[in-house]
Each structure stands twice: as structure tokens, then as C-alpha cells.
Design a protein around this ligand. Sequence first.
Ligand code: OGA
Ligand code: MN
Length: 293
Amino acid sequence: MDIRLQALRPGFVACVTGLDLGEELPDAAVRAIEDAIATYAVLVFPGQPISIDEQVAFGRRFGPLDSGLQKKLLSKVQTRLGNEAVSDISNVSMDGSVAGRRHRQAMMNVGNQFWHSDASYEHHPFRYSILAAQCAVSWGGETEFADLRAAYDALDPHTRDLVADRTGVFFSHNVRQWLGMEDSAEDMAAYPPVRWPLVRTHPVSGRKLLWIDSKVREISGLSVPEGRALAHELLEHVGQRERVYAHGWTAGDVVMWDNRSVLHRGRRFDMEERREMRRVSTVDDAASLGLAG
Ligand code: OGA
Ligand code: MN
């Protein structure tokens, strides 16, 4: 094994080569990846055209994989990939053709265009997400990542005090409601809102981070409008260009990120083009976040 890391920015985003993700990784490689992601938060593995099974096997090396999202929500749209641990991040319909823009599978992913951390609205959010590109679009469709640690460091002292002891209410359907996506009462009830502190300390890097995303619909101690306005302002702060890396995809790219350290969002593309990605995610536990529950 000759794993090589090339930092794209100091302490944020590294390109990893010298590994074959389709093969069972030696323990030393798994540790090296965990160390690297604690520092860089986003790892890009170019030229790794892995199968669904290989992606699942790779993901499992980093912890148990989530299957709840698939079971509770996404499988109701369609089950093209046939594995509950794998999310279909595509605009492809069951018959393999490009789904029209009003097809539920295509609309489902529009919510991904808003800054988020995967499953921030769950009691057990995701730790790592691993996204593999099956094809590339000719324009747009990048995935952007924003550094929550740098965002915390760059807060002005007044705002840092304001958020210090506050919690946010994270609600799964916040963006979907705004987008006018109609969900059944049962789907809405599948993920009751959760509360998280707006400032966290990453359990491995020890860095403080600003824990905000588009799912936040209330902030403790503030009126609803004031809380939503502050959430919006904090998201704008997180998404400033100097804290953002945009990944333009090539087929066969695999990108792995730490949902505790970064937000991400997909960028617009021509919906008539095929954009096909798949994702696995490991589940996190409250203990690892230094939180009571
Ligand atoms: C995801 C996601 C954005 C994209 O897979 O979790 O948000 O660019 N993807 O497809
Ligand atoms: Mn996502």
C-alpha cells in the first residue's frame, strides 16, 4: 500500500491516491483514511469505478451503514439499486432512462441543493457519507462542501456569544415543505424534529464547529422569525466562497466526507441529462459528539 494525500487547501479537502477501493482495504489503510478525514473533512478518490457491493464493503469498514433513510423514505419513491444501505442519488427511473423533471425520483433530489449535513435531523445523524459518480453531466452538477470548523473560527465575537449556548430545532421536512413537496402525514411523522447545540466540538480533531444547516427551523430563546433569520444568516456565513470547495465530477470519482465537519449541497444541472450517483453513509452515535443523548 502506498497511500498518497494531496491537500487541495490547507486542512480542508485532500485527494487520495494509491488505493484500490474495490479491494478489501488493509486495516492500516482504514486508519490512514480515518486520520486524513479528521483533518481534511473531505477526501476525493479519483478513478475508482466501484460496484454497489464494493461501495457497501468499503463503507462498512468505517462503521455500520444506515438503511433507515431508504426504508422510511426513499424506498417509497423507487428501489432501483436493490440495497437498503445504498441511496439512489440520481434522476434515473426504474427502467434505466432519464426521469423527467416532474418524476418523483428527480424531484426528490432537488432538496439536496440546499446546504445540509446528511441526517442532521436524526437522533443518530450520519458520520461519513461516501458518494460515487457513475457518470458526469456536461454542465453544473458539482457537489459543494463548506467547512463548519472554519465557519466557527471566522464568527465575529458578538455572534459567537449569541450562538454559544443555543440549540437549533432540525426538522427533516423543513426544506421539502418550502419546496412544496407533498409528503404524507406518515412520512412527516417518520422524523420528528430534534434539537442540537449550534456549537459542537469534533470528537477526533477537537475543533469547534458551527452546527447549522437548512433543516433548522427554530433557535432556542429566539422568536420563530428571529431564529429563522439567524439560521439563514449563519448559513450564508458558512457558504462564503473561502470556506467552500466545489467538486466537479468525473465518472468513477468517489468522495467521502465527515458530516460532522462540513455541509454539502448539489448544484443545478440540466435535468434532461443523466446524473447518476449512489451513496452509502455510516451512522453516528451521540456519544461520539460529546453530547448527552
Ligand atoms: C448526497 C447529496 C448532493 C449531490 O448524496 O447526500 O447531498 O451533489 N448529494 O448529489
Ligand atoms: Mn446529502
